[in-house]
Write a protein that binds this ligand. Structure first.
Ligand code: ADP
Ligand code: MG
Length: 573
């Protein structure tokens, strides 16, 4: 969905105006598109690229020193006219000839070819290298019919670098053609894109399915499959591209630049998940990966999809690929004088489990059971806790507690199996809760569990009085750590009455289960009572009265946890 536009008919022009306004360091507007706003000391061959709009950073985002000299900007997904191409090329021309380069689409070919003829008629030496990297769009025997997708970047970059080096038009044309020859891509899509003002997407992909080889304007692909895992997608990409390695490549000595490209609405983080496997598979195939790129290089509005491009390097292509460039969307080099640091093998932190007495290990086993039960309980409650947090917070309390408690349960079981006592189990559980749970609540639960563990030690039985004292220490620890007091509408509003009630009942002679039952009921009531408070601390503070009527999520989850502990204490008896 494209949400922001004025008159949809003016979208491409409005967007171009904003791009130029924001990018004066690199470009200036001319009829039909943009050209560089700077000039080098010596004239060079001019590389002019272009195509329809909606593919940013292709094409205008790639204009600047070391890359393109000009970009022709057509309307949305529509080829620019011959007139526009001619105009941009003429403005970009520095007297040493023009290389036109663009993705191979029928409309673009017609208009750019016409413009080339006009330029030649006007005495400008003009050549063309179209980009044909998309392996799904025609068989290898008909390479010249293939479409251009993210491989555009490779061909433009190599041509731009060759021009920057001072090569003549023959040289620039030759390396651009060679770059195209050694570049292969495959793309997939999970969903179509919607042009500004349109009610319907341009095309759709059925829910849960992935179109393999679907073109960047919705041109049909070669297959449709269920959406695989990220690793599954990486395998599809790599195996398909390795099935079509250029003839003169010896895999054992091959060097390759992988470019993992997002088509518009796939997150960078998702791309990195895919890239992790791409990198591993290429390395396992004996290929040396050089200067990879992960990001958006050729998009298709808000299309959900991705593509992988492989550029098979030789020495010349490598030099040109690595050469410095500076454009709005793609930059390289320029910060001098840096050396690579030696990679240091990260050694996994070794967990040392200190000796513990039999009594403490027994307590540790019970605590480990408690963590497992808490994690199960939070699995069931996560959604509701998230809902409460969404009202005045950010909605992540449920998943945070779920993740944190599950990590704590796993860590507790791990050290217990290695003979840990109560202190050590709580310590590792607390650290894992804080690491994996994250958020304010993760930090606080981590602090509480570590404090409880310090109180229990690894050497003694944990009796009722120890639990009472430990909970008191735990309460003090959170209060000094989080600086909240009763009435701030945080989990402190449940923790303080809980700790007080527990101490009071134990002092009155109740056994642990009875005292805990009373304290837990007190905590539940106190947590519910936070509904009438306005948050003064934490994330909810900014939303002031918005939380009125809703209890504090951290207080609610604390009360639920005391309830789960109670169930276990009751079962023990
Ligand atoms: P985040 O606020 O980082 O999104 P969570 O949503 O997981 O973290 O946890 C929110 C809970 O953290 C709140 O409901 C509140 O109970 C608790 N909290 C926030 N600030 C404090 C604090 N200073 N002391 C104690 N608890 C706090
Ligand atoms: Mg939150």
């Amino acid at each position: 969905m494209t949400r922001l536009f004025n008159d949809p008919d003016d979208f491409a022009a409005d967007s171009a105006a904003g791009f130029v306004a924001a990018s004066g360091r690199w470009v200036r507007a001319v009829t039909g598109g943009v050209v560089r706003s700077t000039r080098g000391a010596e004239p060079t061959v001019s590389v002019v690229i272009g195509g329809g709009s909606g593919h940013y950073p292709a094409f205008a985002g790639l204009v600047g020193p070391g890359l393109a000299h000009g970009a022709v900007m057509g309307n949305l997904f529509a080829s620019p006219s011959a007139h526009q191409v001619h105009s941009v090329a003429t403005a970009a021309h520095e007297g040493r000839g023009v290389l036109l380069s663009y993705g191979n689409y029928a409309g673009d070919v017609l208009h750019f070819t016409q413009a080339q003829e006009r330029l030649r008629a006007a005495g400008v030496d003009c050549r063309t290298v179209t980009v044909t990297d998309d392996i799904s769009s025609a068989p290898i025997t008909e390479r010249e019919k293939r479409r251009g997708i993210a491989g555009d970047l490779v061909v433009f970059k190599i041509a731009g670098a060759a021009a920057e080096e001072g090569q003549d038009l023959d040289g620039v044309e030759r390396v651009a053609a060679r770059a195209n020859d050694r570049t292969r891509s495959l793309g997939v899509a999970f969903g179509g894109c919607t042009l500004p003002g349109a009610d319907e997407p341009l095309f759709t992909v059925p829910e849960g399915r992935m179109a393999v080889g679907l073109g960047i304007h919705g041109e049909p692909g070669i297959d449709e499959v269920d959406i695989p895992t990220a690793a599954g997608l990486a395998e599809l990409f790599v195996s398909s591209l390795l099935a079509e390695v250029p003839d003169d490549i010896d895999l054992a000595n091959a060097r390759v630049v992988p470019i993992l490209n997002g088509l518009g609405s796939v997150k960078y983080e998702e791309l990195y998940v895919v890239y992790a496997t791409v990198d591993r598979l290429l390395t396992e195939a004996g290929i040396t990966v050089i200067s990879p790129e992960v990001g958006e290089f050729c998009t298709s509005f808000d299309m959900a999809g991705a593509s992988l491009t492989l550029l098979w390097l030789d020495d010349e292509l490598e030099r040109l690929w690595l050469a410095a460039c500076d454009t709005p969307a793609f930059r390289r080099g320029a910060v001098e004088g840096r050396v690579a640091v030696d990679a240091i093998e990260e050694v996994a932190e070794e967990i040392v489990v200190p000796p513990a007495t039999e009594e403490s290990r027994r307590a540790a086993a019970l605590i480990t059971d408690v963590f497992a039960a808490i994690a199960d309980m939070l699995d069931a409650e996560a959604e509701e806790l998230g809902r409460i947090d969404r009202i005045a917070g950010d909605g992540d309390h449920g998943i945070g507690m779920q993740r944190g408690s599950r990590a704590a349960a796993t860590a507790a079981a791990e050290v217990l199996s290695r003979g840990a006592g109560a202190r050590t189990v709580l310590h590792h559980a607390g650290d894992s809760w804080a690491d994996i749970g994250g958020g304010t609540s993760g930090a606080i639960w981590g602090e509480m569990l570590v404090a409880l563990g310090e109180s229990f030690g690894d050497d003694a039985e944990v009796g009722a009085a120890d639990v009472g004292a430990g909970v008191g220490r735990m309460k003090d620890a959170v209060m000094s750590f989080g600086k909240a007091t009763v009435g701030d509408k945080t989990m402190i509003d449940a923790i303080v009455p809980f700790a007080d009630a527990l101490a009071e009942r134990l002092a009155a002679g109740a056994n642990l289960t009875e005292a805990w039952a009373r304290a837990s009921a007190t905590a539940s009531a106190a947590a519910q009572a936070t509904a009438s408070l306005t948050a003064r601390l934490g994330r909810a503070r900014a939303h002031g009265d918005k939380s009125l009527g809703t209890p504090d999520p951290g207080a609610v989850s604390f009360a639920l946890i005391t309830r789960t502990v109670l169930d276990i204490l009751q079962k023990e008896n």
